[in-house]
Write a protein of this length. Sequence first.
Length: 102
Amino acid sequence: MLYDFYGTMLTGHQQEIMEMAVYRDLSLSEIAQAEGISRQAVSDLLRRASAEMQRYEDHLHLVERFRRVGVILDDIGEKAGAGESVPSSFLLQAVAAIRKEL
């Protein structure tokens, strides 16, 4: 999820390597061969890029907020999906909690 939120803040080269590792599930050796660099260089780049994205999250908390809003929406969905009448007070509390996250 960090890459989904903060990947665009990485350099183009970091993005390319991260996408090979995350989305295409390539091994360090496969990435190294494709990029003409060592496995150690790929490992270092992935470690630095991950640390950079974690620093962004530590400051901005976007992933954390996204997850908390997801929990609130899941609660609403469970109540509505179970055929229960969803009290307006519950909905108002949920809306307030979501607003707080924004």
